[in-house]
Write a protein that binds this ligand. Structure first.
Ligand code: XBP
Ligand code: MG
Length: 251
């Protein structure tokens, strides 16, 4: 039997519903700022989410949807510059308090801290996006609650590769069986299961039809005492995810 020691959180879609009204909007603002007549609507963005990482997503968009666009000689530099502009707009949106945490996230993090669990972030997004989200939702001090913020380009391959979780486990000297990963998407669970991590999924509008085979629990949100979650797969005896429930799931 394994003892639960740490919670490893994905960010986009898990801590917060950032994609539709955050990242997507920021990409479009960056396109406008750079004089590019591109606009990613909600449906198209859902298709583009197949590829993780902002720079990688723009490249995928060019290859698949704009085959006639003459790609600049310095494509890497072009993507980097455009993506930096997107990050600037995204962090500005966050600082305006436009994006909150999903139900149950603050409660579960508080409970985990009270019970002495270790916390980490494992995400494909850019590090400054993570700190901006934590600061604008839980307060600047919350950045230090996370022993490790593993994010962005620090590993060779982004999710669905397991690299970011392998990196996190190695850095924290933890066995996968001592952790629970919290994810929201197909690419996310491919990464967490690839690292042999017990995984709990909270679905969202973009991911509700994804295949979550192998998850310990699939719910529509972490839930709160006064607004229970909907259980999609798995067996639990409470209307909201607690540390005790996670301990049981991995036992
Ligand atoms: C989600 C992603 C990210 C963001 C964009 O990451 O796929 O690519 O949409 O972030 P996760 P950047 O669910 O692992 O948090 O533009 O900063 O790359
Ligand atoms: Mg995610």
């Amino acid at each position: 039997m394994s003892e639960l020691k740490a919670l490893l959180f994905d960010v986009d879609g898990t801590l917060s519903d950032t994609e539709r009204d955050g990242h997507r909007v920021a990409f479009n603002m960056a396109f406008r700022e750079k004089g590019l007549a591109w606009d990613w609507d909600v449906a198209l963005y859902g298709e583009l989410l197949a590829v993780t990482g902002g720079k990688e997503r723009i490249k995928f968009f060019l290859d698949k949807y704009l085959p006639d666009f003459t790609q600049p000689d310095d494509l890497k530099g072009f993507l980097q510059d455009l993506h930096q502009t997107k990050t600037k707009h995204y962090t500005e949106l966050l600082s305006q308090g436009r994006i909150g945490l999903r139900p149950g996230v603050a409660r579960l993090i508080a409970e985990a801290r009270e019970q002495g669990l270790r916390l980490a972030i494992a995400t494909t997004t850019t590090p400054e996006n993570v700190t901006a989200l934590l600061a604008s939702t839980l307060g600047i001090e919350s950045i230090d609650w996370f022993e490790l913020i593993a994010a962005g380009d620090i590993v060779p391959a982004k999710k669905p590769a397991s690299d970011i979780y392998d990196y996190t486990l190695e850095h924290m000297k933890l066995a996968p069986s001592e952790c629970v990963a919290l994810e929201d998407s197909y690419n996310g669970i491919r990464a967490s299961l690839g690292a042999k991590l017990p995984t709990v999924i909270t679905t969202n509008a973009y991911t509700q039809n994804d295949d979550f085979t192998g998850a310990k629990l699939v719910v529509d949100q972490l839930g709160e005492p006064d607004s229970p979650m909907k259980v999609i797969a798995g067996e639990v005896d409470n209307g909201y995810v607690t540390v005790a429930m996670l301990r049981k799931l991995i036992a």
